[in-house]
Design a protein around this ligand. Structure first.
Ligand code: ATP
Ligand code: MG
Length: 266
């Protein structure tokens, strides 16, 4: 699936300076793997992710994705392969605030040229896979952080990518929401999607099946994760969330209990 050989990336900073961000990296990732890329700040994680995600081209070496030699493609070909093969998830969800969950997931499908009924069906299915059937008409501000990230994941999987590429996807989340997001990734991976996570977070790394550590642009370690953390088990062991009863405001109570829940139930 991902075949990287002797890959280097040099950022040319003008006349005399250049940064060697990746130094002759070899990396093979098979279909269905779940890897975490870890390493200190500046070690080359984002640079490597940009390469894997076809957002940038290497300075040296080769990268082939699903048999396509990415390192030789032009910009249009790079965009085409990115759109069909890869789903991106970022730390800052990147949802459009005026659109509800369903519309946010549908948006890239419009650009793909899917007819309205088809894209609605695909978007609903994707939202179902991340457990948000009951939040399809909520806007981002009406969703928790974890729910927003799950909308972003639904958007990423709506194009049926072979790979999900996530950069610090739980960085803005509390521990329960983060664990719920990790459960979604683990479920998707169980369903066959290859997952690549980039993170500083050792806990997040333990949820992968294989941990790759970068150091100064090289791979320092590449190990299978023993005692892998399973999000479903961790969530089951967490204390249950006690629902807080809504306190009716003076204006709401005038209209009875139905309107009191009107904003919560779509
Ligand atoms: N666009 C750029 N131009 C010049 N140098 C860059 C550029 N992007 C990254 N670098 C340099 O390349 C090296 C690797 O950067 P990279 O962003 O890949 O690190 P990282 O591991 O993602 O770090 P962090 O954990 O802080 O996000 C760093 O020394 C950085 O300064
Ligand atoms: Mg980075």
């Amino acid at each position: 699936m991902i075949e990287i050989k002797g890959l280097s990336k040099v950022y040319d900073m003008g006349k005399s300076t250049a940064v060697l961000a990746l130094r002759e990296i070899d990396l093979f990732v098979g279909a269905g793997e779940f890897i975490a890329i870890m390493g200190p700040s500046g070690s080359g994680k984002s640079t490597l992710m940009n390469m894997i995600g076809c957002l940038d081209r290497p300075s040296g070496g080769t990268y082939s994705l699903d048999g396509h030699l990415v390192s030789t493609l032009d910009d249009d070909e790079l965009a085409a392969i990115r759109n069909t093969k890869i789903g991106f998830v970022f730390q800052t969800f990147n949802l459009l605030p005026r659109l509800n969950a369903l519309q946010n997931v549908e948006l890239p499908l419009i650009y793909r040229g899917l007819p309205p009924q088809k894209r609605r069906a695909v978007a609903l299915e994707a939202l179902g896979r991340v457990g948000l059937n009951d939040r399809t008409h909520h806007r981002p501000t009406e969703l928790s952080g974890g729910q927003q990230q799950r909308v972003a994941i639904a958007r990423a999987i709506s194009g049926s990518p072979a790979i999900i590429l996530a950069d610090e996807p739980t960085g803005n989340l509390d521990s329960r929401s983060g664990e719920e997001v990790l459960q979604v990734f683990q479920d998707l991976n169980d369903g066959g999607i290859t997952v690549v996570l980039v993170t500083h977070d050792e806990n997040l790394g333990r949820h992968s099946k294989r941990l790759i550590r970068l150091w100064d642009g090289t791979i320092k370690a590449d190990d299978l994760v023993s005692n892998r953390a399973l999000a479903a088990d961790i969530l089951a062991a967490m204390p249950p969330v006690v629902p807080v009863a809504p306190v009716p405001s003076a204006s709401q109570s005038m209209f009875g209990s139905e309107s009191m829940f009107g904003g919560l139930v779509s």
